[in-house]
Design a protein around this ligand. Structure first.
Ligand code: NAD
Length: 472
């Protein structure tokens, strides 16, 4: 076992408060990391006023210059990549390796660069000799970004990169569980950006609510749970804010009867357990035809039992703890509900609540009813229910039966069959023979109670802009 050596350029020392503030601990070890600052309502007003003052000159900056500054910000992320990854690993819990902390920091740079380069031109909608009309995209003003704790750096970039590119300034409120990761990222980004175009404020739900209601915030970009999203929609209505809502998911995967179970097992595993299952668009319920049910279950157990879980800074690990005790308890409760209903725990299913760290093992649950709470509620952790089906129509109906509709996947050796099933799934994205792979060029968003609005690509830029029709 090797442990990463801290690079230590002093980033952490620059963002923590020397005394007081919110204590932050490593979820894998309980080790104290530092105190995060906490913002009062007055601090929030100061931040919004500064962002508003900076917005006019930022909007007046030529687009090519804003793009160049986003590339410079990506350079700064790459220059500090290891230090950012280590802090992210210590605060969030995710290991350095696998699709985890180093991967997340790499994604921050990639999304910054992609957002810097998307073309955004006025769109001519009529030019028939009599009438000319074009749609231009103008900045909105100050964007309020509110984020979750599972991918704190990457999701912050998803919110701030398009906002900045379009000439908005941003006040960002990270999750109270992972403020240091976002503060460190912002510190690095701000080494490249002009003053006050990106301002962090740290606090919990109350501060998020104040940001949502603030009259000088033009738009809320929110990523988090569906219940908080509903509260924000209500709170934002008085000031008629624009909103992008990226909310909870309970993604279904449907395996068709023509697959080779061994060939898809690793894809299924990472679809479900990327970031130890703490991912919005992870595979959270898997429907498998009874004819190959045991083979798929066995293949998944084989992959799961070979994947090392442990402290994030140890280089061998690819799975980590839950980020917090509350989420670990949700996973344990849902697995218990399945066990008590007679489901079979194929692997995992037990944890030591007294041991250090919020670890819960990878848990695969078979012979489970389609309406068990482990299937119908979002577990957001390392437990996957595998439901047997006899009739594909029934599986499609089960997949569409919930209020959530973020992602979904179909697994088949026959692309045409897979496409037919995909067309019938109610979700923002359907992947074929993979699950959860996002790409900055591909719009991403939820159906039903998984939210509204799109992120990524030119569609994502338009979400943080006011369309303005000019016609003669
Ligand atoms: P959460 O809703 O508890 O918290 C998210 C953020 O909202 C935090 O910053 C929190 O402080 C803030 N908040 C809480 N109450 C608020 C209020 N009344 N007004 C304004 N802000 C408030 O979510 P979480 O537990 O941090 O994240 C997990 C959830 O996020 C899961 O449901 C997951 O599926 C979802 N998620 C969705 C996406 C997506 O892109 N659709 C991505 C990641 C996570």
């Amino acid at each position: 076992m090797t442990t990463a050596a801290a690079p230590g350029s002093g980033l952490l020392e620059r963002i923590v408060t020397p005394t007081g503030g919110q204590p932050i601990h490593d979820p894998a070890t309980g080790e104290f990391i530092g105190h995060a600052p906490t913002a009062s309502a007055a601090d929030l007003d100061t931040a919004v006023a500064a962002a508003q003052a900076a917005q006019k000159s930022w909007a007046a900056t030529p687009d090519a210059e804003r793009s160049a500054l986003l590339h410079k910000a990506a350079d700064a992320v790459e220059a500090h990549a290891e230090e950012l990854a280590q802090l992210l690993s210590r605060e969030q819990g995710k290991p350095l390796n696998g699709p985890n902390a180093r991967f997340e920091v790499g994604a921050c740079a990639a999304w910054l660069r992609a957002n810097a380069d998307f073309p955004i031109e006025p769109e001519v909608v009529i030019d028939d000799g009599e009438t000319y009309a074009e749609v231009r995209y103008q900045p909105l003003g100050v964007v309020g970004a509110i984020g979750p704790w599972n991918w704190p750096m990457m999701i912050s970039v998803w919110q701030l990169a398009p906002s900045l590119r379009m000439g908005n300034t941003v006040v960002i409120k990270p999750s109270e569980y992972t403020p240091l990761s976002v503060l460190a990222l912002v510190e690095v980004l701000n080494s490249a950006l002009p003053a006050d175009v990106l301002i962090p404020v740290c606090g919990g739900g109350e501060l998020g609510d104040q940001l949502t209601r603030h009259p000088d915030i033009a738009k809320i970009m929110f990523t988090g749970s569906t219940s908080t999203g509903k509260a924000i929609i209500k709170a934002a209505s008085d000031t008629m804010k624009r909103m992008t809502m990226e909310l909870g998911g309970n993604d279904a995967g449907i395996v068709l009867d023509d697959v080779d179970p061994a060939a898809i097992a690793e894809g299924l595993f990472w679809g479900a357990f990327i970031n130890t299952g703490q991912t919005c668009a992870a595979l959270k319920r898997l429907y498998v035809p009874r004819s190959i049910y045991r083979e798929v279950c066995d293949a998944l157990v084989g992959v799961a039992e070979a994947m090392p879980m442990g402290v994030g800074l140890e280089e061998d690990n690819v799975l980590g703890p839950l980020q917090n005790a509350a989420q670990r308890d949700i996973v344990a409760r849902l697995v218990d509900s399945a066990r008590n209903a007679g489901a079979t725990i194929l692997t995992g299913g037990e944890h030591d609540a007294e041991a250090p760290g919020y670890f819960y093992p990878i848990t695969l649950v078979a012979d489970i009813d389609p309406d068990n709470p482990l299937v119908t509620e979002e577990q957001f952790g390392p437990a996957l229910p595998i439901i047997a089906y006899d009739d594909l129509e029934q599986a499609i109906e089960w997949a569409n039966s919930l209020d959530a509709g973020l992602g979904s996947s179909v697994w088949s050796a026959d692309r045409a069959r897979a496409l037919d099933v995909a067309a019938r799934l109610e979700a923002g994205t359907t992947w074929i023979n993979k699950h959860g792979a996002v790409d900055p060029r591909m719009p991403f968003g939820g159906a039903k109670e998984s939210g509204f609005g799109l992120e990524f690509g030119v569609a994502g830029l338009k979400e943080v802009a006011q369309p303005h029709v000019v016609t003669y």
